[in-house]
Design a protein around this ligand. Structure first.
Ligand SMILES: *Cc1c(COP(=O)(O)O)cnc(C)c1O
Length: 367
């Protein structure tokens, strides 16, 4: 069986280093907001080339904290509208809702799966205060038009970069440094994954970073002094230690993902399958390799019968979820088409050459 993703094998590569950092951590007796968190924040800010990185509990909390910090700064208010792609993972939208703001869904471009910049302006109202782009499946959003729109309408611009660690544009600017503030997740399956829950915010805005640093820790500026009604959204110390081990390897891992994607694109030649667009550059880190086909469920059954694991990202779009009952009657045809037709093939740094060969052969025999 070719697993879709084997988390144990993925992390076994770092077993010795994990054990070393765990021993140090245990012996230190310092288990919350210590040197590991501080050094990870410094390294990850350097990696993204941003002035600040604040480690937080997970990707969803990263998004909520950005929005809450803008409320503290008076740049957002309860009920303001935030534009977000309709086909994103639901966490992007839940973050907006949880911060007391109103998500406004915009259709994606079928060719990139990312928000369609030409459809943003029609969604802007006097209440619109921000755009949250999502670099879905690891592919950077084409930002040029979006920068113009944000500037023209005086909107905040944020990235959900949970799937795009290390993706960079033609000017070598990375995900996390393409907007006012970005949320990252280090959930174990992400391109940079912890061994549990973890996340971060990156930004060049000193004030915003300072407020988020306090909000994540009970709104506290120093011990038992509470400036804001904060939360406990700290990045766990041991997860930061594990992330410090893995961060130096993320670029090499992303390069392997791209090499696999290139093989799929060059060698899968089955007209029944629509392969993702790829510009052959570093703007895509292939968190997922998503193909489309009319009879997706049939393809998934066929691959399972041939011992190839796949997943669907995602089966039900946010506006059709019970959680957003108020949207269930609305229609987003492109989003719905993607959700019916998409299937994610295995793509990860531990896939063996023989497994890639097998996946290509099996897909080329599919009819
Ligand atoms: C994983 C993910 C999140 C949420 O991250 P968690 O760490 O699971 O909270 C948010 N947005 C996107 C696009 C994601 O893929």
């Amino acid at each position: 069986m070719i697993k879709f993703l084997d988390l144990h094998t993925l992390n076994a590569r770092f077993e010795t280093e994990f054990q070393e950092v765990f021993k140090k951590f245990l012996d230190s007796g310092y288990y919350v907001l210590g040197n590991n968190v501080r050094s990870f924040e410094k390294s990850y800010a350097e990696y993204c080339d941003t002035n600040y990185c604040v480690g937080v509990s997970n990707g969803l909390d990263a998004l909520i904290l950005i929005l809450e910090a803008y409320k503290v700064l008076g740049k957002l208010q309860e009920g303001d509208e935030v534009i977000v792609p309709a086909n994103t993972y639901i966490a992007s939208i839940l973050g907006i809702t949880k911060a007391g703001l109103k998500p406004v869904l915009v259709e994606p471009d079928l060719n990139t799966f990312n928000i369609d910049p030409t459809k943003i302006e029609a969604a802007i109202t006097p209440k619109t205060k921000a755009i949250l782009v999502v670099h879905l499946y690891g592919q950077l959003v084409e930002m040029t038009t979006i920068y113009e729109i944000a500037k023209k309408h005086n909107l905040l611009l944020m990235e959900d970069a949970a799937q795009a660690h290390g993706a960079k544009n033609a000017n070598d600017k990375k995900a996390g440094n393409l907007s006012d503030a970005a949320g990252f997740s280090f959930y174990p399956t992400k391109n940079l994954g912890a061994l549990g829950e973890a996340g971060a915010v990156t930004t060049n805005d000193e004030k915003l970073a300072e407020i988020i640093t306090k909000l994540r820790n009970y709104g506290s500026s120093s011990k038992y002094v509470n400036q804001y009604k904060g939360v406990n959204n700290r990045l766990d110390e041991i997860q930061a230690a594990f992330l410090n081990v893995k961060l130096p390897h993320v670029d090499a891992d992303n390069e392997i993902r791209r090499q696999i994607a290139k093989r799929y694109i060059n060698e899968i030649n089955n007209p029944i399958l629509i392969l993702p667009n790829y510009k052959n550059d570093d703007s895509h880190v292939f968190h997922q390799f998503v193909v489309r086909t009319e009879n997706r469920n049939k393809l998934q059954v066929y691959l399972t019968e041939n011992n190839i694991g796949t997943l669907i990202h995602y089966e039900t779009p946010p506006h059709k979820q019970e959680a957003y009952k108020e949207w269930n009657q609305r229609s987003f045809p492109i989003t719905e088409k993607i959700h019916v037709e998409c299937l994610s093939l295995p793509i990860n740094p531990i896939l063996k050459t023989a497994e890639i060969d097998e996946i290509i052969t099996v897909l080329n025999k599919y009819s």
